[in-house]
Design a protein around this ligand. Structure first.
Ligand code: BEZ
Ligand code: FE
Length: 302
């Protein structure tokens, strides 16, 4: 059957929808050889089908396709260990958040609830040195920083038992909206900690109250945001990865309930369960705010 989806012609004229070669897409998919890995054949086959359907649906022209190709090329050219523009492009169209949801629905058992996940984002560092419980991750104190005592207990999602020896990576940007690797004025590993829970499942540290910030918008992801008449801001958040060899690493973010942009995060990562309360404290001479955040992890099924 030829593809005949109505009359939404690119020029706005009421011309009938063009009829495209009916067997073209199936011939492209059928070119995959018998030795291709079955999952690769499934994923790429479906990608080809959807991309071809999309191109026919919008009657994509060569100029428009080339604009997209140039965008992807420029994203690659400007990427390095400090900047991942390809990932950022995926983030602003919601793809990292969607894939995060799909991956975690497959990992977590149905009969208990682990803490909700959120996207990793491009600013995680694998090499953060170990941090002692109850120490501060603030190495460069900004003038307008509000120190927060953040702490909690990590438990097994199925049994509620507190978990010892869980590694907790925490990172955040400073009040200028920049992560340390983006900002030569911040000390290396500023606002990054890698803690380990004690025998009571406890972790605790001193950090800053987070602030909203824009994702980098001086590249193709920023161009796309502008083309779509969207802003680049994320609500104030702190990133967390918690896990061990026995517990599925949980990647998430927690969001300040008073922050702007909770309802229109530029990368679509906010979930109601991840919105938290920074509470004023007077009894702690090292901090003016306290944040209690308990985490539930899913055991890795052997
Ligand atoms: C972040 O939260 O660090 C982030 C997430 C997605 C894109 C850019 C930044
Ligand atoms: Fe972030």
């Amino acid at each position: 059957m030829p593809h005949t989806n109505g009359t939404n012609n690119v020029n706005g004229a009421s011309k009938p929808k063009p009829q495209y070669e009916p067997d073209f897409t199936s011939n492209v998919i059928k070119a995959t050889g018998p030795k291709a890995n079955p999952r690769v054949a499934q994923v790429v086959g479906s990608l080809i089908q959807h991309l071809h359907d999309f191109a026919r649906d919008v009657d994509l022209t060569v100029d428009e396709w080339m604009m997209g190709v140039n965008m992807i090329n420029r994203a690659g050219q400007m990427s390095n260990e400090r900047r991942n523009e390809g990932q950022l492009l995926c983030d602003v169209i919601g793809l990292e958040s969607l894939v995060d949801e799909i991956t975690n629905k497959q990992l977590v058992g149905a009969d208990y609830e682990a803490t909700k996940t959120a996207i990793l984002g491009p600013f995680f560092r694998h090499d953060t040195p170990p941090t002692k419980n109850d120490s501060s991750i603030i190495k460069t104190m900004p003038k307008d920083g509000e120190v927060t005592y953040m702490h909690g207990v990590i438990r097994d999602a199925a049994t509620n038992e507190p978990l010892k020896g869980i590694t907790v990576d925490i990172w955040q940007c400073s009040t200028n909206g920049l992560y340390e690797q983006q900002d030569p004025d911040q000390a290396e590993f500023n606002l990054r900690g890698k803690l380990t829970t004690d025998e009571n499942g406890y972790y605790g540290l001193y950090c800053l109250r987070p602030v909203p910030y824009p994702v980098p918008y001086d590249g193709p992801a920023g161009e796309l945001l502008k083309l779509l008449d969207r802003h680049p801001y994320r609500p104030a958040h702190i990133h967390i990865i918690a896990g061990s060899d026995k517990y599925t690493p949980l990647t998430t973010q927690i969001f300040d309930k008073t922050s702007k942009y909770l309802a229109d995060d530029s990368v679509f990562a906010v979930k109601d369960d991840l919105v938290v309360d920074f509470v004023p404290v007077e009894s702690n001479e090292k901090a003016s705010l306290e944040l209690t955040y308990n985490i539930k992890l899913a055991k890795i099924v052997e």
